[in-house]
Design a protein around this ligand. Sequence first.
Ligand code: C2E
Ligand code: MG
Ligand code: MG
Length: 741
Amino acid sequence: MVGSVLGTLLIVSVCSLYFHGTVTADYLITGLIASLIVASVAVGLQAQTNRRALALVRGREVRFRQMFERHNAPMLLIEPASGRIVDANNAAGRFYGYPAEQMKSMNIGDINTLPQEQVEAELVRASREERNYFIFPHRLGNGEIRNVEVHSSPMEVDGQSLLFSIIHDITERQHAEAALRQSVALSESLIQAMPVPVFHKDAQGRYTGCNAAFTGFIGKSCDEIVGKTVFEVSPQSFSQTYRDKDLELLDDPAGVQVYESQVKHSDGTVRDVVFHKARMLDDKGRPTGIIGVILDITDRKLAEQRIHQLAFYDPLTELPNRRLLLDRLHQEFAIGARTGLYGALLFLDLDNFKTLNDTKGHDIGDMLLVEVAKRLVANVRDGDTVARLGGDEFVVILESLDPVAAEAAAQAEHVAEKIRDALSESCVLNQRQYHTTPSIGIALFRGHEDTLDNMLKYADTAMYQAKTAGRNTIRFYDPAMQAAIEARADLEDELRKAIVQQQFCLHYQVQVDSLGRPLGAEVLLRWEHPERGLVSPMQFIPPAEDTGLILPIGLWVLQTACAQLAAWQHDALTRDLTLAVNVSAKQFRQPDFVSQVQRILVESGAKPSHLKLELTESTVLENVEDTIAKMRELKLLGASFSMDDFGTGYSSLQYLKRLPLDQIKIDRSFVRDITSDPNDAAIVQTIIAMTDALGLNVIAEGVETEAQRAFLDRHGCHVFQGYLFGKPIPLKEFEALMHQA
Ligand code: C2E
Ligand code: MG
Ligand code: MG
C-alpha cells in the first residue's frame, strides 16, 4: 500500500514537471487524498494511531477538496471504461455551463463532439498511457463548440481506474494563431506580388527574405542571399553605406527611412534608386529587423537631367545659357562679398561672324561656334564659367581674382589675351581654313556692388568699345582700369626697351658682422629710366615676372654680380666679400637654371663659394622636390643659399629641415618693431633658436637702429643688413666705402 501512495506521489511529481508548475500538482489532489486514505486504513494501525491518522488525513482531504473546487481550471474525473464523469470542479461547471452536480451524472460523450467510438477509443488509450494530451472539440451547455486542450492522467482511486483531466480552452489562441498565419501569408504574397524589389533583414543585417523583383534586380536568388549580410551580397563600394543606413533606421524611433542611393543592377549598370525602409518591431517594441522597397529612379533622373540641360545649357555648344550664367554670376557675387576677391566678366563677340555665317552657310557658322566654345573652355580655370548668350556672343566669368583692383584687372587682361590669342588661331572646318578674331570687353566686380544686369551691360559696353577701337581688341569698362592696364602695358614695352638699351644697374647693400666688419653685399636691381629716373624693383619686378622678362633681366644680374666677384678677387680689401643675388621663382624654375649658373661662374671666373643665391619661401615651396634637387646641384658647384623674407610665407619645419639651406634671412617686417612689439620680438627669438637648431646661419635685414642691432646680437643673430650700416648704393660708392672701412 505504501507503494501505491508512493506511486501516486510519483505521478503527481511527474505531472508537475509535465505541466511546468506547482499549480498543476493540485489537479491530482483528489486522487492523492483517496490514495492516502486507502493507504492509511489498509496498514491496520492501532486504534489510537488510526484515529489520529484519520483526523490528519481528513484535514488534508478537506484542504485538497477545497483547492480542487476553487481552482480556476476546469477539472474532470472520468471513468474510462464507461466515459462517466465521476467528479467535476466548479470551474468545469462554469466552463461547460452545467451545475457541477449535474455534470457528475453526465458522460464525456455528452461533451466531446467526436463520434462515440472515437471517444471511447481515446479513453482506452488515455487510461493506458501515464500522461496524455489531446485537443478535442467540446460542446458547452449552450451548444457552442470550443476547442480544448485536455491533459489527463490515469490513477487508481479505491481500486477503481479513473482518468484525471484538466481542460484548457484554446479556441481564442487557435483563432489568433490562424489570424497570424493568415497575415504572414498575406504579407508574403503581397511582397511577392509587388512589382518592385522588396527585401527584409534581421537586426544583425542578415537577409531574411526578398521577392522575385529583388532577385531579378540584383541578379541573385533568394537562397543565395538569405542568411547573408550586404557585405557578402553587394559591391564593396555600397555595402558600408547600406549597413550604416540600416543601423540608423533600427535606432530611429520614427521607424521609417527614405533616401536616394545607388544599386548595382544585374545587367552590370549602377542604378539610381530611392530606398523606402521601415523598421520591424516585436510585441515588446524591440527592433527585429527592417523591410525595404527599392524604386529605380534612373530614368527619372535622366529625364530630369535632360530637362535641366535644355533649361540651362545651349544645345549647340553645350555651354551654360544666359539663365545659368546669371545664376552663376549671382553665386560669384556672394563669393566676392565673402572673400573680398574680385571677379571679372568678359564679354566676347566674334568679329565678322555675321559675314561668315551669311556667306559660308549656317553649318560652318555652327561649327565655328562649337570650336570657339572649346577653345574658351580650354583657356580658363576649372571654376570659371563660359556661357553662350546666343549668336556669336559669349560671356566668361573669372572667379576669385586678386583683392586689389589693379592686380585683378591685370589677371583678367592676361586671361583675355590668352583667349584672344587662342581664338585668333585659324581653324579647319570642313577641310577649309577659317580665321576669326574676338572683341573682348571686361568689367570687374566684387560682391554685390552692382546688379547682375548692370554688370552684363558694362561688359557689353566695353566690348563695343573694343569693336570700335578696331576689333581683335580688349577693353575695360572702367576708364581708370583701362588706363592702369595701358600703363602696365607701357611699362612692359619700356622694360623690353630697358633690356636692349641696358638701362639696368645694380646697387650694393653691405652685410656686416657684429663688429660692423663688411662680409659682403646684397645686389639690388635698379632701373635708370631716362624720364622717370630710378625705378624701384617693387614696381617693375612683378610685371617683369608676369611677362617672363625677368628671365633675361635675372640672367643679366647674375652675370654682372659674378663679373664683380671675379674683379674683386684682385683686391685684398674685397677678395673675401660675398654677393647675395635675388633669384625669382620663374628664373629658378627654368629647367636649365643650374647649367646657366654654372656657365656664368665658369665664364666670369668668380669663386662659387662667394656667390649666395636668395630664394623666397614661395619659390622653394612651389615644387619642393625639384627645389631640393636643384639646390643640391648648385651646392655641388660651391654656391650657397639664403632664404629671403623668412617668416612672411608658410614655411613648414618639415620642408625647412629637408632643404639644403645655409642661411635664413629674417624679414625686415619683423626687425622693424622688434624693440616695441613683444610678438615680433618673440617671433625673431624663435626664428633664431630654430636656425640654431637646424645648424643654419642667420642674418637680419632692415636693421635701422642700434637698439635693433643690439637686440638681435644679444639673442644670437650676429650678421646684419640695413640702413644702419649702409643703404643700397652704386658700385663706385660701395667700393669707396670698402676702402674706408
Ligand atoms: P629683398 O631681397 O628683401 O631686398 C631687401 C630690400 O630691403 C631692398 O629693397 C632694400 O633696399 C630694402 N632695405 C634694405 N635695408 C633696409 C632698411 O634698413 N630699411 C628698409 N625699410 N628697407 C631696407 P629694394 O631694393 O627695393 O628691393 C625690393 C625687392 O625687390 C627685394 O627684396 C627683392 O625681392 C626684389 N629684388 C631686388 N633686386 C632684385 C633682383 O636682382 N632680382 C630679383 N628677382 N628680385 C630683386
Ligand atoms: Mg633679397
Ligand atoms: Mg628680403
